[in-house]
Design a binder for this molecule. Structure first.
Ligand SMILES: [Cu+2]
Length: 117
């Protein structure tokens, strides 16, 4: 997987100087954070605009059950990908995202956040 990402980055740098990959810049709830109360939405901010039709976000609880609701939507000219969340009881949640940036390159990643007891 790391090798794949390196190859794609190289292709991007050579082929499309004007655009870069969409890398995760920040998230809310933040990567690895512990929040009080159930966050209504998950917002992922990318370094480049992403295509919502070709981007997916999955949020799962400790049992692997999906807790995101509906399709992700973009804001801020495509740089922010948002998805609604169900009411989250205390626990650890895993986020897996796959996005396609406007230069058609795909990137993906995952992280966790937790809701305080
Ligand atoms: Cu790219």
């Amino acid at each position: 997987m790391i090798r794949f990402i390196v190859l794609v980055v190289a292709a991007c740098l050579v082929g499309q100087a004007a655009f870069a990959h969409a890398f995760l810049d920040r998230a809310s709830p933040a990567v690895g954070s512990e929040v009080s109360g159930s966050p209504p939405t998950l917002n992922l901010t990318y370094t480049e605009p992403v295509e919502p039709l070709f981007s997916t976000v999955e949020v799962t609880d400790a049992n692997g059950a999906r807790v995101d609701e509906g399709r992700p939507a973009t804001q801020d000219d495509g740089r922010v990908l948002s998805v609604k969340l169900k009411t989250l009881p205390p626990g650890v949640y895993a986020v897996t995202w796959h996005v396609t940036s406007v230069d058609t390159h795909k990137t993906e990643g995952h992280f966790t956040f937790s809701v305080k007891r």
